[in-house]
Design a protein around this ligand. Structure first.
Ligand code: PMV
Length: 324
C-alpha cells in the first residue's frame, strides 16, 4: 500500500516579528508543496529519502532518534518527520519500519513554511497509512504541537496554512485564526537567498533592539499592527495599489528592526523598479525570502530577480493538505 499526502508552504504578507509581540498577521498558503509518500518498509527502522536534496536518513520511533547524512539545515527535515511519525504511531501497535519519500519544491529554511508543510503532509500520510481518520482541525493542532516540540516556539500560522490553504488573519495575541475570503488571484514573485541566522536568532535580535530602544521600537511594532489591520481591509476590497504601498511600508519597518540584508534589499528594490506594486521581506529575514506583488508584471519581475538570486512565481494555494 502506497499513501501520498501533500501540503502547501506559506508566505507572510504582514506581521512577521510584530506577531511575536501579540500583533496581528496576514499570511497566505502558496502553490509550492511538500509531498510525503509512505509504503511498507523491510527494516525495523523507517527509511526516509528526501529525493530533491539527495539526502536520506533512518528513524527509530522506539528510541525517538534519527541518523542521517545531511547538513545542519537539512537535518531538520528528519526531526519533523520523526516527531510526526511517533505522534501517529502512539495511536497504533505498528512496529515495522516504513519507507518514506519526501519531495519538496519549497526552498528549505527560507521563511516559506517548509517545515510545517513537511509536518502536515507527514501527519496526514502516516494517519491514512494506519487507517486513522483525522479531521483537518486535529491535523492542524497536532502539527502545531510537532513544531513546538521540535523548534521550541512557533506561531500557528504555518501549520494552519499548510492544513487548510487559503489566506488567514491571525488576530491579536493569536486568539483567533480567521480565514480571509480572498477569492481572486494574488500574483506574487518570491526571491530567496540562503539564510545566515535561524528564526530564533532573528527574533532574539529584535528583542534586544526593543529592550535597548523601547520608546523607538514599540511604536514601530504598533505601526505594524496598524498595517495588518489596514491590509486586511485592503485585501478584501482588492485595492491592489494600496496593498502594494502597505507592503512597502512594512518592508521599511522590518528594515528598522534590523532584519534586512543587502541581498534582500537589492531584490526588493529591483522588483519595485520592474513594476511590482509592493515588495518586502517575508518571514524572519536575515537572508531568506522576499515577496513582490506583481499584478500584470510577473514575468518582468521574475526575469530580473532570476538574474541575481533564485526566484519563482507563486500564487495563493486554496488547496490545503490532501491525501491519496
Ligand atoms: O520562520 P519564518 O521565517 O517563517 O518567520 C516566522 C515569523 C516570525 O514572526 C519572525 C517568527 C514567528 O514565530 O512568528
Amino acid at each position: 500500500m502506497q499513501i501520498r499526502a501533500r501540503a502547501p508552504g506559506k508566505a507572510i504578507l504582514f506581521g512577521e516579528h510584530s506577531v511575536v509581540y501579540g500583533k496581528p498577521a496576514i499570511a497566505v498558503a502558496i502553490n509550492r508543496f511538500a509531498q510525503v509518500e509512505v509504503g511498507e518498509g523491510t527494516d525495523p527502522e523507517t527509511h526516509v529519502d528526501v529525493a530533491p536534496l539527495g539526502i536520506e536518513g533512518y528513524l527509530d520511533t522506539e528510541e525517538e532518534t534519527y541518523r542521517c547524512h545531511a547538513n545542519q539545515l537539512e537535518t531538520g527535515i528528519f526531526k519533523y518527520v520523526l516527531k510526526a511519525l511517533t505522534t501517529i504511531e502512539k495511536e497504533t501497535d505498528h512496529t515495522t519500519g516504513l519507507n518514506v519519500t519526501v519531495d519538496i519544491d519549497i526552498p528549505i529554511a527560507s521563511g516559506l513554511g517548509s517545515s510545517a508543510a513537511i509536518t502536515v503532509a507527514s501527519l496526514a500520510a502516516f494517519a491514512r497509512y494506519h487507517q486513522i481518520e483525522f479531521e483537518k482541525e486535529e491535523i492542524a493542532q497536532l502539527a502545531h504541537r510537532v513544531e513546538l516540540d521540535v523548534q521550541g516556539a512557533a506561531s500557528p500560522i504555518d501549520t494552519t496554512l499548510s492544513t487548510y490553504g487559503g489566506a488567514i488573519y491571525l488576530s491579536k495575541d493569536a486568539e483567533e485564526v480567521i480565514q480571509l475570503p480572498v477569492d481572486y488571484n494574488l500574483p506574487l514573485v518570491i526571491g530567496h537567498t540562503p539564510r545566515e541566522g535561524n528564526t530564533a536568532k532573528l527574533v532574539k535580535s529584535v528583542r534586544i533592539k526593543k529592550e535597548k530602544y523601547p520608546s523607538i521600537i514599540d511604536p514601530v511594532l504598533k505601526s505594524m499592527e496598524e498595517l495588518a489591520a489596514e491590509a486586511r481591509k485592503t485585501l478584501l476590497a482588492k485595492d491592489e495599489k494600496r496593498l502594494g504601498e502597505l507592503m512597502n511600508i512594512n518592508h521599511g519597518l522590518l528594515d528598522a528592526l534590523g532584519v534586512n540584508t543587502p541581498e534582500l534589499s537589492r531584490m526588493v528594490y529591483l522588483a519595485r523598479e520592474k513594476g511590482a506594486l509592493g515588495a518586502k521581506i517575508t518571514g524572519a529575514g536575515g537572508g531568506g525570502s522576499i515577496i513582490a506583488y506583481c499584478p500584470g508584471k510577473v514575468d518582468e519581475v521574475l526575469h530580473e530577480l532570476e538574474k541575481i538570486e533564485q526566484a519563482f512565481p507563486a500564487q495563493i494555494s486554496r488547496e490545503g493538505v490532501k491525501t491519496k
